[in-house]
Design a binder for this molecule. Structure first.
Ligand code: FES
Ligand SMILES: [Fe+2]
Length: 380
């Protein structure tokens, strides 16, 4: 066993809920009031204030823990359904009514009456939040592209039967491109870190599958494909696939679940055509193919586990991904409750070691050289 393989980190070194961007919901879902759901080991609530601002915060009231998703929006605040405490977009309780038979009544909130809030970005009709006090990196989009030039489709979901870092490691699993996706590398893949907290694999491959989708690709898109797979913050994936005759782009927000599985929520993108009907049809077709492709893969390879001791020298790119992923910051819960401690250790400032110069990797068939930038099929 090589030294490299020996360096695959133990499972305990990975964050349970990495500090990353996550999809909460469609913005339209907040139109009828607050929405709460269990996410990332706690309950979160999202609501839209009267002025239109989307807010994501911890979803259990600081008083006795009532679910704020059952509350209501009052002006710029959310009101607890139990005793009526209200929290503003900063998470501070700004109203704590007291009913008493003997005056004076007071509405001063106790010092503990505050909830953690999360940075929010609304884009393409979706509410994304960062799992931490401050975003460590901007909400990712396809490198060099302007989000305004694209339209987004409806979200699709599937569940990966493995943890988040196993799910994300597929982007660097050079062996499975051939065995699962029928993609034969034409030249060496290139792995780089295009931004802090981002790791990318770019490769050029021949489409060699004989199933229906690949036959359609051969006929209408092309026989080769340039692919980029970027993992940001460990859980947020961006995929591009350039077939020559067709270009596909989608993101997958991966949410670690309590049971060790990973909820994957995907959104396809298409260049804005200016014709709404055409955009809708285009996005519908992309969604059908991309969802089908990813869901089938998740179904076919269920039960996979992280076994660092069983990785071989042929898994080098994956091992390096695991090393990178294990160094990512811990969850917001950790950074919130032990903020001072983390600051003193510098653990939150993880720029170091999380970016690296471009390097090359070999195709499955041999040793190799060079690298590429764009590419990628609507699935690896
Ligand atoms: S539980 Fe929310 S105000 Fe009492
Ligand atoms: Fe894959």
């Amino acid at each position: 066993m090589s030294t490299l393989v020996d360096r695959a980190p133990p499972a305990e070194q990975f964050a349970k809920y990495p500090a990353s961007w996550y999809l909460f919901s469609a913005g339209a879902d907040l139109a009828r009031g607050p929405v709460s759901k269990p996410m990332l080991g706690r309950r979160l609530v999202a609501f839209r204030t009267q002025s239109g601002r989307a807010v994501v915060m911890d979803g259990n009231c600081a008083h006795l823990g009532a679910d704020l998703g059952c509350g209501k929006v009052v002006g710029e605040s959310i009101q607890c359904p139990f005793h009526g405490w209200r929290y503003g977009p900063d998470g501070l309780c700004n109203h704590a009514p007291v009913v008493a038979f003997t005056p004076p009544t007071s509405s001063t909130a106790p010092p503990f009456a505050r909830l953690q809030t999360y940075p929010v970005v609304e884009r393409h009709g979706y509410v994304f939040f960062f799992n931490g006090r401050e975003p460590l990196f901007p909400l990712p989009f396809f490198w060099g592209e302007d989000p305004e030039r694209f339209v987004a489709g409806k979200v699709f979901q599937y569940t990966a039967d493995c943890n988040w870092y196993m799910s994300s490691s597929h982007a660097f699993d050079m062996q499975h491109f051939a065995s699962v996706h029928d993609r034969e590398l034409i030249e060496p893949a290139r792995i780089d870190c295009p931004a802090p907290f981002a790791r990318r694999n770019s490769y050029h491959a021949r489409v060699v599958g004989q199933h229906l989708l690949d036959r359609l690709l051969h006929r209408f898109a092309g026989k080769t494909v340039r692919i980029t797979l970027s993992i940001c913050g460990g859980t947020f994936a961006l995929v591009t696939a350039n077939f020559g005759g067709a270009h596909s782009r989608f993101l997958v927000s991966q949410q670690p679940l309590e049971n060790g599985q990973t909820l994957c929520e995907g959104i396809c993108f298409a260049p804005r055509s200016g014709v709404a009907l055409l955009d809708r049809f285009n996005l519908f077709m992309r969604r059908v193919f991309t969802h089908g492709y990813l869901e089938a893969e998740a179904r076919d390879i269920r039960g996979t586990q992280y076994r660092p001791q069983n990785l071989t020298a042929h898994d080098r790119e994956m091992i390096e991904f695991f090393q990178w992923a294990a160094a990512l910051p811990q969850s917001a819960a950790s950074t919130f409750t032990t903020h001072n401690k983390l600051e003193s250790t510098g653990h939150e400032k993880m720029d170091h070691g999380l970016s690296s110069p471009p390097r090359t990797s070999r195709p499955s068939s041999g040793r190799a050289v060079a690298g590429h930038r764009d590419g990628g099929p609507s699935a690896q």
